[in-house]
Design a protein around this ligand. Structure first.
Ligand code: SF4
Length: 554
C-alpha cells in the first residue's frame, strides 16, 4: 500500500504526528494548517497536500486551536472549499482550477495524458489485480469482482481516484465495485423492469410517452454503475447500436410527427466519437417537428476531461439542447466536474441532474440536501431523484419508498425550491415516471383547502366561490390541443372528455358470462353520459316490448 509518503503535522508546541498518504486521502474534514512534508522515496508526492484533515484523524481530540492557522508550507494557497469537507463548500474559480488528489499508481502519468479522455477510457480499471493496487478490497468485493456473470466492471482512473481505498462504505466505491450480494435474486426483480423493449417500435427507440422518445445510441459507458437500469444491454459491446439502427430510429421519428422531444441515452451518448454524435444530432435537427433534443450522460461525472472545447463547440451548434448529468453523492462533485459543468453552461446548455436513491450511498436527507445545494452552485438543477428500479443487480441498493418521501419532506421548504428534485418511481412494467411526495393538502371543502407547510404550520386557503373555469375558453381556443392520439389519462377525465378509465378486461369481466344482450342490457344509450366526450354513434336501441298491463296504465 502506498503509505510510504508521510506528512508531518506540527502542532504548536505539541508532539509531531505522522500521517500516511492513505489517511490523507481519506480526509473528510480539512483545515488550513501549518505542515512540513517529508517524502519517503521511491514515491512521488502525488497527493496535493494543500489541506489537512482534522476531524477524522487519530488526533481528532487534540485541540485544533493549538494548530497554527496559516498558509500551507510549499503547497500553494488553501482553497475556499475541498471535496471532503463536512461543511458546505463554496465553489471558487480557484477551486475549479485545482485538481483532485492523484493516487500513487498514476504518479508517473504526465498531466496531459491524465487530462486526455481517450487515455482515461483506455486505462479503465476492471480486473482484480488493478483494483487491488488501488483499493483495500473486502472479501465480498473480491467475490463480486471475481464473479463471471457479473454486470460489466470498468472505472475510469479519474473516478477511481475518488474512491476511499480503506472505507468499504465509501459512496463512490459502493456504486462502482461489485459485491457478491449483487447477484442475489429478489422478489419482483426483472431484466427489463421498465418494459422498455416492449415499448420499442424499432431497436433502441423507446416510445413510451405521447410526444417524446428515448433513443438509445450506444450500450457503452465510461464507467459502469452497479445498479444500472439497462444492465440487460449496457456494457455489452455486441448489443450496441449501429448505422442500421440509427437509420431505423431516425426514420421512425421522421414519420411520427407527434415526437417533438428526443432524449439520447444509452449507455452514454458522450462515449460516441464526437463526429458520430455530431452526425446524429445534425440528422435529428433536420426533422422539422423535433423541437428539442436532450442528452442523458454520466460522462461529465466519470470523465470530465471529455467536456473539452471540441465538444462544447460541436454541441452548441445543435441548440436547443438540454443535458442531464447523473450525480448521486456530493463526493462526486470535484473541481474537474465543476469546471466541466461551467464549460457546458457557458456553451448555453441547460444542465439538470438525475440521481438514484441508493441504500447506504445517499438515502439521507442531509446528504441529499448537501448534494442539491452543491449542484445548484454548479448551475445544475436537480431534476429527478429516482426510486431504485426492480432490476437485476440492484436489490441491495433498494430503499423503501417512504425514505424518498422523507427526503423530499426534508428538502421542500428547507432549501431553494429549484434545488428540490421530483421524487420518481419509474413504474414497473412500463407505466412511466410517477412522481411521489409528501401530501401537503390535509382537507378540502367547497371554498376551503386546508394545507400544511414544511414546518407543520396548518392554514386554510379560501377559494373563490365565483371562479369560472370557462372564462378562459376564448383564449384556449387559440392553442392547439394535443395533436397526438391516445394516452389522455386522468387529464381527459378532468377535461370531461371521458367518464372513466377501465383496466384491461374490465368489460369482459363484468359481462359475467353473458353471451347475448337481454332486454335491459341492449340499449347502449343509457350509459352515454350527457356532455362528456364526443358524441358516439351507438346502435339503435331495440324498441322496448310493452307489457299489456303497462300499456293500459300508460
Ligand atoms: S452511466 Fe447510466 S447507463 Fe451507464 S452504467 Fe451508469 S446508470 Fe447505466
Amino acid at each position: 500500500m502506498a503509505s510510504a509518503i508521510y506528512v508531518t503535522l506540527v502542532p504548536l508546541g505539541e508532539n509531531t504526528i505522522d500521517l500516511s498518504a492513505r489517511q490523507l486521502e481519506r480526509a473528510k474534514n480539512w483545515e488550513q494548517v501549518s505542515i512540513t512534508l517529508s517524502v519517503d522515496a521511491p514515491f512521488h508526492l502525488v497527493y496535493t497536500v494543500q489541506y489537512i484533515q482534522i476531524a477524522a484523524l487519530p488526533f481528532r481530540r487534540s485541540p485544533i486551536g493549538k494548530l497554527r492557522s496559516a498558509a500551507v508550507t510549499g503547497a500553494g494557497a488553501a482553497p475556499e472549499s475541498t471535496s471532503r469537507s463536512h461543511t458546505m463548500r463554496r465553489f471558487s474559480q480557484e477551486w475549479k482550477a485545482s485538481t483532485s488528489p492523484r493516487p500513487a499508481i498514476w504518479a508517473d502519468v504526465p498531466d496531459e495524458q491524465l487530462n486526455d479522455w481517450k487515455w482515461q477510457l483506455s486505462h479503465r480499471l476492471n480486473s482484480l489485480d488493478e483494483l487491488q493496487q488501488l483499493i483495500n478490497l473486502t472479501p465480498e468485493e473480491i467475490t463480486g469482482i471475481s464473479a463471471e456473470d457479473k454486470f460489466r466492471l470498468d472505472i475510469t482512473p479519474y473516478f477511481a481516484s475518488l474512491i476511499d481505498p480503506d472505507d468499504p462504505l465509501c459512496p463512490i466505491r459502493q456504486q462502482m465495485i461489485p459485491k457478491g450480494r449483487e447477484l442475489a435474486a429478489f422478489t419482483s426483480m426483472m431484466e427489463d423492469s421498465l418494459a422498455e423493449d416492449a415499448h420499442s417500435p424499432v431497436p433502441g427507440l423507446v416510445h413510451r410517452y405521447p410526444d417524446r422518445v428515448l433513443m438509445l445510441v450506444t450500450t457503452q459507458c465510461a464507467s459502469y454503475c452497479r445498479y444500472c437500469t439497462r444492465s440487460r444491454i449496457v456494457g455489452d459491446a455486441t448489443a450496441t447500436f449501429g448505422p442500421k439502427d440509427f437509420d431505423a430510429q431516425i426514420d421512425y421519428i421522421k414519420r411520427t410527427p407527434q415526437v417533438r422531444d428526443v432524449l439520447l441515452s444509452g449507455g452514454d451518448p458522450l462515449t460516441l466519437s464526437p463526429r458520430l454524435l455530431d452526425r446524429l444530432l445534425t440528422r435529428l435537427r433536420q426533422i422539422p417537428h423535433v423541437e428539442i433534443v436532450r442528452i442523458g450522460s454520466r460522462v461529465p461525472v466519470f470523465m470530465p476531461q471529455r467536456i473539452d472545447k471540441q465538444f462544447t463547440d460541436m454541441i452548441q451548434k445543435h441548440h436547443p439542447l438540454w443535458l442531464n448529468i447523473h450525480v448521486n453523492h456530493h463526493r462526486e462533485i470535484t473541481p474537474e466536474l465543476a469546471a466541466a459543468c461551467e464549460r457546458m453552461s457557458n456553451a448555453g446548455i441547460p444542465l439538470g441532474n438525475q440521481s438514484v436513491l441508493l441504500a447506504g450511498v445517499n438515502d439521507s436527507v442531509h446528504i441529499q440536501r448537501r448534494l442539491v445545494q452543491e449542484l445548484v452552485q454548479m448551475r445544475v438543477r436537480p431534476y429527478y431523484l429516482y426510486q431504485c428500479d426492480l432490476v437485476e443487480g440492484a436489490g441491495h441498493f433498494r430503499t423503501t419508498v417512504n425514505k424518498g418521501i422523507e427526503i423530499i419532506e426534508g428538502l421542500r421548504g428547507h432549501t431553494s425550491g429549484f434545488a428540490v428534485p421530483q421524487f420518481i418511481i419509474d413504474a414497473p412494467g412500463g407505466g412511466g415516471k410517477v412522481p411521489v411526495g409528501p401530501n401537503y393538502v390535509l382537507a378540502q371543502s367547497p371554498g376551503h383547502v386546508v394545507i400544511r407547510n414544511f414546518e407543520g404550520y396548518i392554514t386554510t386557503y379560501a377559494e373563490p366561490l365565483d371562479y369560472d373555469p370557462a372564462a378562459i375558453r376564448h383564449l384556449e381556443q387559440e392553442i392547439q390541443r394535443r395533436p397526438e392520439p391516445g394516452q389522455g389519462g386522468i387529464s381527459e377525465l378532468l377535461e370531461g372528455h371521458q367518464l372513466s378509465i377501465k383496466p384491461d378486461g374490465f368489460d369482459d369481466t363484468h359481462l359475467r358470462g353473458r353471451e347475448e344482450e337481454h332486454r335491459l342490457s341492449s340499449d347502449m344509450h343509457k350509459w352515454q353520459p350527457y356532455g362528456v366526450g364526443d358524441e358516439v354513434a351507438l346502435p339503435e336501441a331495440k324498441p322496448k316490448q310493452k307489457s299489456p298491463v303497462n300499456s293500459e296504465k300508460g
